[in-house]
Design a protein around this ligand. Structure first.
Ligand code: ZN
Length: 272
């Protein structure tokens, strides 16, 4: 029996679809988890979305994405906090247990300063997150994004921050795309396990060569990431949540999305 009980799709993986199409097609495909990107929620009544998800027997795994805390301008930093607070409230209405944080970076200041502002930002959100029962996951991003998308680039840095904040509501999201190259990965995954801070696991592949920094991710099996090995470390560390397929790919977005969904299911069984 094929097992898709732990398979979750990020709506951005099927970017050509709106949220209703994602919900209908995932449900028909026997997929049980969905991580919803904010763009597909625009203009929708979140209470109705919650009902649609329940009717489709889909668990909402996370709301993507908050963060973007650092800036040289204090007013920008304050706006980011406001926006993240709104997101926490949206997650609560949807029943989403987790928000994934792309922490941000500002190339006009040092990475150290950006990291201080990230920690400060998360600490400001924490009371509201706790009040709403919504957890926050720091997702370390590949160093190629250190200048603009995240000053948290290794799992060690994410773990350091989680330990400094020291709340059961703050943990990490591990995305194989961002951390597969790290020689300390296994050790740092074990550290997440000891901290009970491994909140999410994202999968895709690293194309060789990669043609675009943002929109040329591979489907599992297309590239060079040892996904099964990393998944085994994650599971040894006690993680039993969903395996979330998150792929930004101009190539796959150009395909018929139902055919693509079939390919994803096969790749999931075979290569992850
Ligand atoms: Zn991710």
């Amino acid at each position: 029996m094929e097992d898709f009980s732990k398979l979750c799709l990020h709506t951005f993986t099927n970017k050509p679809w709106n949220l209703s199409q994602c919900i209908d097609n995932y449900s028909k495909a026997g997929i049980k988890g969905i991580s919803i990107w904010r763009n597909v929620l625009e203009g929708l009544d979140l209470k109705i979305v919650k009902k649609q998800l329940a009717e489709a027997d889909l668990s909402i795994v996370s709301l993507v994405r908050g963060g973007f805390f650092p800036s040289v301008n204090a007013s920008e930093r304050a706006l980011a906090i406001e926006d993240n607070m709104k997101l926490i409230e949206e997650a609560a209405v949807l029943g989403a247990p987790l928000i994934v944080l792309v922490c941000g970076s500002d190339g006009r200041q040092s990475l150290e300063t950006s990291r201080e502002q990230i920690q400060e930002g998360i600490e400001k959100l924490l009371p509201l997150a706790i009040e709403n029962g919504v957890k926050l996951a720091i997702e370390p991003l590949h160093p190629m994004y250190a200048g603009d998308k995240s000053a948290v680039n290794t799992l060690a840095q994410a773990n350091d921050m989680v330990e400094a904040i020291n709340s059961p509501y703050v943990g990490v999201a591990i995305d194989v795309y961002h951390v597969w190259w790290d020689p300390n990965l296994e050790v740092e995954i074990r550290r997440c396990g000891q901290n009970n801070s491994l909140f999410a696991f994202h999968i895709c592949d690293w194309n060789v060569p990669t043609l675009d920094f943002l929109t040329d991710r591979g489907l599992m099996g297309d590239g060079c990431i040892p996904i099964k090995k990393i998944r085994s470390w994650v599971e040894e560390a006690g993680f039993s949540g969903f395996n979330e397929v998150e792929i930004f790919s101009d190539k796959y977005w150009a395909m018929d999305q139902n055919e693509y969904l079939d390919k994803i299911k096969l790749a999931y069984l075979k290569h992850s």
